[in-house]
Design a protein around this ligand. Structure first.
Ligand code: HBI
Length: 97
């Protein structure tokens, strides 16, 4: 079972990312894409990556704005797996813009 990170560890890891915020209960990032189809295309790519690493974000889609929330449900909090997923999401968003 992955270990839930402390608030200090989450804060430190967030410092290495841009656009993410949160705490040990979850980390979040909202991104605005050029269009609704562009937003869905990003979500589709994230879905493929999530399946590959067997770790899945919660996703909220509102027109062009997509909000990703990462938490390790089986651990009941944020683990290193969530930060690995967040970095992969950032790569997908960067390449979509
Ligand atoms: N994704 N965010 C998240 N948290 C989990 O606990 C999780 C997951 N994806 C798949 C998964 N667990 C499987 O390994 C089973 O534990 C359900």
């Amino acid at each position: 079972m992955a270990d839930v990170l402390t608030a200090e560890a989450v804060e430190q890891e967030l410092g290495g990312l841009s656009g993410w915020s949160g705490d040990p209960t979850g980390i979040n990032r909202s991104v605005e894409l050029a269009s609704f189809p562009a937003a869905i295309a990003v979500v589709d790519r994230v879905a493929v990556t999530a399946e590959e690493i067997d770790h899945h974000p919660d996703i909220d889609i509102r027109w062009r704005t997509v909000t990703f929330r990462c938490v390790t449900h089986s651990a009941g909090g944020v683990t290193r797996r969530d930060f690995d997923l967040a970095r992969r999401i950032d790569e997908i968003v960067r390449s979509a813009r």
